[in-house]
Design a protein around this ligand. Structure first.
Ligand code: IMP
Length: 212
């Protein structure tokens, strides 16, 4: 199995990655490790910054062998809010509980405004101890509900209805969210690329036994 350090303290993401990447032996970001910076203007900048920071920290302080670090930068982009909160999603409504954050976001929509929105996710997988990043992304189109609906998922899930459905991500079963979601799609692409590399290694006789 590929031993991977997840550069995130977000419990919702950790839970989803455990389900989406069953071939990975995932290690959560250690409690004693510092906060991971995210200062970029784009999801990809932030995913690379997080992965680079996590790799450097692990090289200096980590214990035990790991194959790679994985970083996720994601967010909700609402058309009527000029794409916001977007890369700033994690900081939106700081200090409020998640359900209040969701209501605040809904309150910001002008009356009659379009309710279209999308979730975006960029993943960066950086090999350890060195090597170039593998980047994949995924997104899911949808629209905002009128209120919080459903107790599943995390973050903005109770107010996001994926295209072609009537239930929010908070109401849909986790397996259904994974099949449709930005993170599910980015993970599917990551797995596909790793599989191609694995097959190439096998064809060239360099069989590695730790890939998913
Ligand atoms: P970041 O990637 O750590 O900057 O933060 C992502 C933020 O976007 C989360 O804290 C959530 O508010 C939101 N978000 C990202 N993905 C999801 C999702 O799958 N469901 C609900 N909210 C999400």
């Amino acid at each position: 199995m590929l031993k991977v350090l997840l550069a995130s303290r977000n419990a919702g993401k950790l839970q989803e990655f455990a389900e989406l990447l069953p071939g990975f032996d995932l290690h959560p970001w250690p409690r004693e490790a510092p906060e991971i910076p995210e200062e970029g203007c784009f999801f990809q900048d932030n995913a690379l910054q997080k992965a680079g920071f996590a790799r450097a920290w692990w090289r200096a302080h980590g214990t035990g062998p790991l194959d790679a670090v994985l970083a996720d930068d994601s967010g909700l982009c609402v058309d009527a809010l000029w794409g916001g909160p977007g890369v700033l999603s994690a900081r939106f409504g700081k200090g409020l509980g998640q359900l209040e954050k969701n209501l605040r976001l809904l309150d910001m929509l002008p009356p009659e405004a379009s309710r279209t929105a999308r979730f975006v996710c960029v993943l960066a997988l950086l090999p350890l101890p060195e090597g170039r990043a593998l980047i994949t992304s995924g997104q899911v189109e949808g629209r905002l509900a009128g209120e919080n609906r459903g107790a599943g998922g995390f973050g903005f899930d109770p107010i996001f209805i994926p295209e072609g459905h009537t239930q929010t991500f908070g109401e849909l079963a986790p397996g259904m969210k994974h099949a449709l979601s930005h993170r599910g799609r980015a993970c599917e692409r990551l797995r596909a690329i790793l599989q191609v590399e694995f097959d190439a290694d096998r064809r060239s006789g360099r069989l590695r036994d730790n890939l998913p």
